[in-house]
Write a protein that binds this ligand. Structure first.
Ligand code: GDP
Ligand code: IMO
Ligand code: MG
Length: 428
């Protein structure tokens, strides 16, 4: 069972980093296939806490080969800052490989991300401001800069010139910003060329060979299903394919090599940035979940919006991704609630919807139809088997499993690496 995909089910921050880390010791390769440094994965190992943005969290496991795939957008300054910080803490990062086809986030992408958001005013998406959207826009527009361009100064200069020809008009005339010179961008990018060169290769070939050899490859998704450019709550989404299909296009490995699709889902829901969120809470239950779950962005520090578990979203994600196993995280955060409401369907202007509505306006109008489950007060953080959980916690998990259409294989009961209950081995 060598090809394993990890995807977020909700709006991100489900604990994907912890899930990758859980597989760590038995993994040979971990590849990030989408997104960039908009992601934020917190991984707790012993007393050490690591926050990763651009690098796949699998890099923390000794002996694992980490890969940044072609579907990723790379901010070179962030890449080397993260590598340096890990090295300083004794993490071996020498095995990192970077796709020659990955696109590069430049200064003008970061600037455009920030000024377009400001321009949108009330309609803003609430992006992370890292230049993600403008970089993917250039990729689709065929005006992007790729990693391999760093090694041909002539081509690099031509491409930057082409991009800035248009963008400077926009920056100066529409957004009232200063023009960016070709030299400053080219010089900045070239300053990383020799450092990145030894890492760059045809990562699709590398990964296919690894799978042929029987190695275990984990495809680590950033963001999540509801933030996916096609299947998320457009336009309040990120600009990449965060669903399982993206694991194939974003790494250069055929879809028939993906054997297991693992969805990571939180026992409640959070969202950062704007957009619809039917189960969102604005009361003290919301404050309880936010402070107990420490729901503040790893990347931007913004308080996350919080709400109850939304079963139609998990069902939707199961269908869109072909999820074979779910990892239910943060069950421990619900401890102490007398009753735990779960969204089982939506009410849209008086009409019941059992599934996520395809129409954006309907989803914006959706209010949750809630079913209450009895809570528990016992500390569950030391539970290591399903039977260790109080009966009401077991019933809650079984109810979510029934509604999701797939099995819940792992349950998270605390932030630490070993704070999990494994019901079905993800590698079996
Ligand atoms: P990611 O973006 O999906 O990798 O998730 P983040 O790292 O942004 O947010 C998840 C947070 O939840 C991290 O701080 C994790 O350490 C923490 N976490 C993961 N699983 C559990 C769990 O089962 N219980 C608790 N209490 N915390 C968890
Ligand atoms: P991880 O991998 C949560 C959100 C932003 C914004 C929207 C678009 O940690 O789960 P972008 O900068 O990508 O153009 O912003 O997507 N967003 C995330 N929210 N977790 C993430 O990553 C996110 N990455 C982007 O808040 O609403
Ligand atoms: Mg995160």
């Amino acid at each position: 069972m060598p090809g394993i995909v990890i995807v977020g089910v909700q709006w991100g921050d489900e604990g994907k980093g912890k899930a990758t880390d859980l597989l760590g010791e038995r993994t040979d390769w971990v590849v990030k296939f989408n997104g960039g440094n908009n992601a934020g994965h917190t991984v707790v190992i012993g007393d050490e806490k690591y926050a990763l943005h651009l690098l796949p969290s699998g890099i923390l496991s000794p002996g694992v080969n980490a890969v940044i795939g072609n579907g990723v957008v790379i901010d070179l300054e962030v890449l080397f800052a993260e590598l340096g910080a890990l090295q300083a803490r004794g993490v071996d990062v020498s095995r990192l490989k970077v796709s020659a086809n990955a696109h590069i986030i430049t200064q003008y992408h970061r600037t455009l991300d920030k000024v377009t958001e400001r321009f949108l005013g009330k309609r803003m998406i609430g992006t992370t401001g890292r230049g993600i959207g403008p970089t993917y826009a250039d990729k689709i527009n065929r005006t992007g800069i790729r990693v391999q361009d760093l090694f041909d100064e002539n081509i690099l200069r031509q491409k930057v010139e082409g991009a800035l020809d248009q963008k400077n008009h926009l920056l100066v005339k529409v957004f009232n910003r200063r023009a960016i010179t070709v030299d400053e961008v080219v010089d900045d990018l070239l300053s990383y060329a020799e450092r990145v060169r030894p890492m760059v290769c045809d990562t699709g070939l590398l990964l296919s060979d690894a799978l042929d050899a029987g190695d275990v490859v984990v495809f680590e998704g950033g963001q999540a299903t509801m933030l996916d450019i096609d299947h998320g709550t457009y336009p309040f989404v990120t600009s990449s394919s965060a669903t399982a299909g993206g694991a194939s296009t974003g790494s250069g490995v055929g879809p028939n090599r993906l054997d297991r699709i693992v969805g990571i889902v939180k026992a409640y829901t959070t969202r950062v940035g704007s957009g619809p969120f039917p189960t969102e809470l604005f009361d003290e239950d919301g404050d309880f979940l936010r402070s107990r779950g420490f729901e503040f962005g790893t990347t931007t520090g913004r308080p996350r919006r919080v709400g109850w578990y939304d079963a139609p979203i998990t069902r939707y994600a199961t269908r869109i991704n072909g999820i074979t196993d779910l990892v239910l995280t943060k069950l421990d955060i619900l401890t102490g609630l007398k009753e735990i409401p779960v969204c089982v369907a939506y009410d849209v202007d008086g009409q019941r919807f059992d599934e996520v509505p395809v129409n954006q306006t309907d989803f914006h109008h959706a209010t949750p139809i809630l079913e209450n489950f009895p809570g528990w007060s016992e500390d569950i953080s030391t539970a290591r088997t399903f039977e260790d959980l109080p009966q009401t916690a077991q019933d809650y998990v079984l109810a979510l499993e029934k509604m999701s259409g797939t099995r819940i294989s792992v349950i998270g009961v605390g932030p630490a690496r070993d704070a999990v209950i494994v019901r079905h081995d993800l590698l079996d």
